[in-house]
Design a protein around this ligand. Structure first.
Ligand code: ADE
Ligand code: ZN
Length: 324
């Protein structure tokens, strides 16, 4: 690992907290909560992390989330992530959580957000590490389910900065959630959405035009559409890209095919993030290393990409000034 990457202060903008559950913690929580798992041990679970596409990953990711039942479980998961991120010089992190993955199993919204928030607060107090929370709607579920979730979130609105859209992109285009996003905008939430991960460039356009998002999560498909690339550059739309995720979910065949540097060279505000690090083989430093080694990015380019994340994050100008 290069000393430059290790020492670089970083900002993470695309991280699913449920995607940070390491096999060890999955099994520890399963024991604590008496949850039966489909895998005999950690090695068997890890062996199942051979993904053919996004859906094959999501099936295992939602299975893993079943071990989360109590406030302390959500705290422990979040604290484990924050500890790793802190060790990798992440100074600020904007975290997705999937409330529907838990409320559908009977875990109250309050339990989910209280455990996550308590860990975020502890990291702020102990290390000065800042964070924001992004409530993500599961796009394979209905519009009504998203509206119900928005209602559940209302008592905790002060703890949630933005909303996002994740899960299966194929067959669930942005327009399905046009009315949900309009309501979220009206309520003052910041807006982002996964688009162009497995789906076409059209989904990136619709996320911008129909959902009015300010950042695109992934946006890999933009490389196939020069006009869209030019628009993203001209409108300074940040892309929160996740190289190791895209490799493990076969969005790209090999790291050298990843479009991140080509997008950067076209003037697009790309950033590097870890997505679901427990499943994809690494946290922030490993993703930076993949861009350095797989794409040949220079230290100067990695610095520009990091400054893109500082610019794109939701801290106040005063808080940003304190990041370095
Ligand atoms: N949920 C967790 N990780 C995801 C990803 N990479 N794409 C869509 N939904 C997700
Ligand atoms: Zn994601």
């Amino acid at each position: 690992m290069s000393g430059f990457i290790e020492g670089l202060p970083k900002v993470e903008l695309h991280l699913h907290i449920e995607g940070t559950l390491e096999p060890e913690l999955v099994f520890a929580l399963a024991r604590r909560n008496d949850v039966k798992l489909a895998y005999a041990d950690q090695a068997a679970l890890k062996a199942a992390y051979q993904f053919s596409d996004l859906q094959s990953f999501l099936d295992i990711y939602y299975q893993g989330s079943r071990v989360l039942l109590n406030e302390q479980d959500f705290f422990d998961m979040t604290w484990a992530y924050l500890t790793r991120a802190h060790a990798e010089q992440v100074r600020h992190t904007e975290i997705f959580f999937d409330p529907q993955a838990h409320t559908a199993r009977g875990v109250p919204f309050a339990v989910v957000i209280s455990g996550i928030h308590r860990a975020l607060e502890q990291a702020r107090q102990e290390w000065g590490m800042t964070s924001r929370l992004i409530m993500s709607f599961l796009r394979h579920l209905s519009e009504q389910d998203a509206f119900d979730t928005l209602k559940d979130a209302m008592p905790f609105k002060d703890k949630i900065t933005g909303v996002g859209l994740d899960s299966s992109e194929q067959g669930n285009p942005p327009a399905k959630f046009g009315r949900v996003y309009a309501a979220c905008q009206e309520l003052g939430f910041r807006l982002v959405a996964h688009a162009g991960e497995e789906g076409p460039p059209e989904n990136i356009r619709d996320a911008l035009d129909v959902l009015s998002v300010e950042r695109i999560d992934h946006g890999v498909a933009a490389i196939r559409d020069p006009e869209l690339m030019a628009r993203l550059a001209a409108e300074h739309v940040p892309l929160t890209q996740c190289p190791l995720s895209n490799l493990r979910l076969r969005v790209v065949d090999k790291m050298s095919d990843h479009p991140l540097l080509r997008l950067l060279q076209a003037g697009v505000k790309v950033t590097i993030n870890s997505d679901d690090p427990a499943y994809f083989g690494g946290y922030m430093n490993a993703n930076y290393q993949a861009v350095q080694q797989g794409l040949g990015a220079s230290d100067q380019q990695l610095l520009v990409i990091t400054l893109n994340a500082v610019n794109a994050c939701w801290l106040s100008p005063e808080e940003k000034a304190r990041l370095s």
